[in-house]
Design a protein around this ligand. Structure first.
Ligand code: GLN
Length: 561
């Protein structure tokens, strides 16, 4: 019998509901339960695929090609729950179905209303994750309690709990204890008001998880319990983590959150086995600052950490696996040009160019790819990072001066990257890219060495492809095509075998990296960067600053969306 946990958030946004939900999933899995994870987002876009990264952060892609909220990335990093299109619903996606039904006459002449039609559709979305093999579905409600947009979702989960047998549903509310530095006090009033808002619409939280920068005293917990009508033992503290966000499951497990959940849902839980997470956190704490390596990430949306969330996470996983702290040098590609590229990238041990769209900043990325190639610095190109590597190589090694992608210059005489069908008109921007997991067969090279296998599945999100007409020209000048999508003969991986480690991929390996199992390409990119640092030190040429590397810039990525 499937049970349900609904996670809501109050007081302010960006409290870390996604991480908390993922951490709960992680603990329950460690107790042997089969969990499923879901996010309900109140915004009206059908999915985040058409949203600017500044608005929304990265668009996370699943195997099935769904473009999803980045919280699903946390779910995949912390749990083994299989994720599909049913794991993220927005108001837009719910309404799209309602309007389709209305036009098809499926409502049989009724007036279509928020209650019951919208709430029914939301309840159906929750039902979709139930199953004989599923113990617990964790459903996170996006937004903050009190938002107009959230109301139908909150109403739907209230009804859902009412309609299920007593004890099948649990409401967990994540809230903030506000710290007033001037008086050195933690304040509970915003939490009381946020719980008051929930109770107004008929939801009494069973468990309160209180985000706080300062320790929550017993007295404070008692006050929260009394005013919010939540049992004292169910008021849990979630303090800011000291070293890494991967401490969170351990912190919640130590307070017995899983036991509270088990008691409330009538589940007998064995002791959680958190050893893999304990080991991981120990590694993060033990790595030594003197071993830090510096990785440049050259991108267009560098100011916003969430825009490349999975890339930063995957780099950190590579660091954990190699037992080195990672210092990130985030560089805006707009501000890099051939004249300053050497100064901007001086001292880095690895260069990563992540995915991107459009013309802005691309010459900076091309310059970074050239600098990596010419200076034997490990280079890792992700999707657009492959396009940049190919354009750079075509221009500067093969002598194809105006080589470009038709995305950037439709009139280029050397379209080394282009659409498979240049004549096609893109009229629908939603979900029309090459999306999701696709096969890639590997031939000898760094990528094959990393994977240790001949075929992999990797996730895609792009429109433009390597133009096979230029394959021979590039190969004859020293670029190797070491990964091919066999189904459509598309280039998936390019490498420069004569370079210490120069690998660019058409897909997004960052989506398959886990803290407990770094993606092989990220693992080997970081290993190559470590070698780069050692070689430079051996030749007396490493001037990169590691002594002043704050740990917060390395394995601590406590900022959350
Ligand atoms: N803009 C490129 C394309 O659409 C690359 C996309 C990406 O990096 N995700 O093909």
């Amino acid at each position: 019998m499937t049970k349900h946990i609904f996670v809501t958030g109050g007081v302010v946004s960006s409290l870390g509901k996604g991480l908390t939900s993922a951490a709960i999933g992680c603990i329950l899995e460690s107790c042997g339960l089969a969990v499923r994870m879901q996010k309900l987002d109140p915004y009206i876009n059908v999915d985040p695929g058409t949203m600017n990264p500044y608005q929304h952060g990265e668009v996370y892609v699943l195997d099935d090609g769904s473009e999803m909220d980045l919280d699903l990335g946390h779910y995949e990093r912390y749990t083994h729950a299989p994720l599909t299109a049913d794991c993220n619903y927005t108001t837009g996606k719910i309404y799209q179905e309602i309007i389709r039904k209305e036009r098809a006459g499926e409502y049989l002449g009724q007036t279509v209303q928020v209650i019951p039609h919208v709430t029914d559709e939301i309840k159906k979305a929750i039902d979709a994750l139930r199953g004989d093999d599923v113990d617990v579905v964790i459903t996170e409600i996006g937004g903050t309690v009190g938002d107009i947009e959230s109301l139908p979702f909150l109403e739907a989960i209230r009804q859902y709990s009412l309609e299920k047998p007593a004890g099948d549903c649990l409401f967990l509310h994540l809230t903030l204890l506000v710290y007033l530095a001037a008086s050195g006090e933690l304040k509970t009033k915003p939490t009381q008001q946020s719980v008051g808002k929930l109770r107004e619409i008929g939801i009494q939280p069973d468990i309160l998880v209180c985000r706080t920068t300062q320790p929550m005293t017993d007295e404070m917990a008692r006050k929260i319990s009394l005013f919010c009508n939540v049992r004292l033992e169910n008021v849990i503290e979630e303090r800011d983590v000291a070293h890494t966000i991967y401490e969170l499951p351990l912190m919640l497990e130590r307070q017995g959150l899983h036991t509270l959940i088990g008691d409330r849902l009538g589940l007998k839980l064995p002791k959680a086995d958190m050893s893999a997470w304990e080991e991981l956190v120990e590694t993060v704490i033990e790595v030594e600052e003197k071993d830090a390596i510096e990785i440049a990430v050259v991108g267009k949306y560098i100011e916003l950490h969430d825009a490349y969330k999975s890339v930063y996470e995957a780099l950190a996983h590579g660091g954990i696996r190699n037992r080195v702290p990672i210092k990130l040098r985030k560089l805006s590609s707009d501000e890099i040009a051939p004249e300053n590229v050497a100064a901007e990238l001086a001292g880095v041990h690895g260069i990563c160019v992540p995915g991107g769209f459009g013309g802005r900043g691309i010459e900076g990325k091309v310059a970074a790819a050239q600098y990596a190639r010419e200076n034997d610095i490990p280079y890792f190109g992700l999707c657009y990072g492959l396009h940049m590597a190919v354009i750079e190589f075509a221009r500067n090694v093969c002598g194809l001066d105006d080589a470009n992608s038709t995305e950037i210059d439709p009139k280029t005489t050397h379209p080394v990257i282009g659409l498979l069908d240049e004549q096609s008109k893109i009229t629908d921007m939603g979900g029309t890219m090459r999306l999701g997991a696709q096969r890639c067969t590997l031939t000898a090279g760094r990528a094959r060495d990393a994977y240790g296998t001949d075929e992999v599945m990797e996730r895609h999100r792009h429109r433009y492809e390597f133009n096979n007409e230029y394959r021979e020209a590039l190969e004859s000048h020293g670029m190797a095509m070491t990964g091919i999508c066999p189904d459509r003969d598309l280039v998936e991986i390019v490498e420069i075998p004569a370079h210490p480690w120069y690998v660019a991929v058409q897909f997004h390996p960052e989506f398959l990296s886990k803290p407990t199992r770094a993606h092989p390409l990220f693992r080997d990119f970081i290993a190559a960067s470590v070698r780069c640092k050692h070689d430079r030190e051996a030749s007396g040429g490493d001037h990169s600053a590691t002594s002043d590397t704050p740990r917060s810039a390395s394995l601590d990525h406590s900022s959350e969306s």
